[in-house]
Design a protein around this ligand. Structure first.
Ligand SMILES: [Zn+2]
Ligand SMILES: [Zn+2]
Ligand SMILES: [Zn+2]
Length: 246
């Protein structure tokens, strides 16, 4: 099983449209981009998505079977791609937090996507992989996910402004091998809908994770780190990444 990231940026992506900051200019010059945070599991030729914020997701996975989608929440940068996937000729299960509003008219057009809400700490099993909804704190109802496969435990925690005691206790009991966490902000911002990199690192420490990674980075945060040579214990994911779990 492989965990692949399509992007690890915040909703603006990098480069930001017409932004001439150092980071955006560097990305533009090297012809690279970091898309909104979105990942998927690849098991042989089957796909399980975590979020679908990349707009052309239906093209990226054309010809592949999407077994399920685990949606963290209904903000556009995490679900925009569903607007196209809802016309799929397959029927795709989408697990999501209990948010009655959803996004746009997604809940009205359910011919291709079967929506299943997952309550806090509720689990489902797909192809011997267990997925548990982890309640996060955000401006919209939001689920992180705990993935348990063979001997691996992996937590995917975005978007969040804090992690409750209850969640820390639960995740610690799972002895995480990998944890990917929202760290959108730099240290100047301590309150908002996301964590900054020091707050996120503190949570990774408290979870005793073997491998911790920061994600959902903004161009402002990346600029601040590079300009001030900020030293971080955990690495940011930038652009595309692949993790292999055999
Ligand atoms: Zn910029
Ligand atoms: Zn969000
Ligand atoms: Zn987001």
């Amino acid at each position: 099983m492989k965990l692949k990231f399509l992007g690890t940026a915040d909703s603006a992506g990098i480069p930001v449209h017409n932004c001439t900051c150092n980071v955006c200019n560097k990305y533009r010059k090297n012809n690279i981009q970091n898309l909104a945070t979105s990942a998927y599991l690849e098991i042989e030729d089957k796909i399980i998505l975590f979020d679908a914020g990349v707009e052309n997701i239906s093209t990226i996975f054309d010809g592949k079977e999407i077994k399920a989608i685990f949606l963290t929440h209904f903000h556009a940068d995490h679900c925009l791609g569903l607007l196209k996937l809802r016309h799929s000729k397959d029927t795709i299960k989408c697990f999501h937090p209990n948010d009655k509003d959803g996004f746009s008219d997604l809940f009205k057009h359910t011919h291709s996507i079967l929506y299943n809400k997952l309550d806090e700490f509720e689990s489902v099993c797909i192809d011997n992989i267990s997925f548990t909804a982890i309640p996060l704190v955000h401006s919209k109802k939001c689920n992180g996910y705990l993935i348990e496969y063979k001997n691996y435990t992996i937590a995917y925690l975005t978007d969040t402004s804090k992690v409750s005691e209850k969640v820390v206790k639960f995740l610690k009991s799972k002895k995480l091998d990998y944890c990917f966490i929202d760290a959108c902000y730099d240290e100047r911002k301590e309150v908002g809908n996301h964590l900054n990199y020091f707050q996120a690192s503190k949570i990774l420490n408290s979870l005793n994770v073997k491998n911790g990674y920061l994600m959902h980075i903004s161009h402002t945060t990346q600029n601040y780190i590079e300009k001030n040579k900020v030293s971080l214990k955990y690495k940011y994911l930038k652009n595309e990444h692949i993790f292999v779990f055999d």
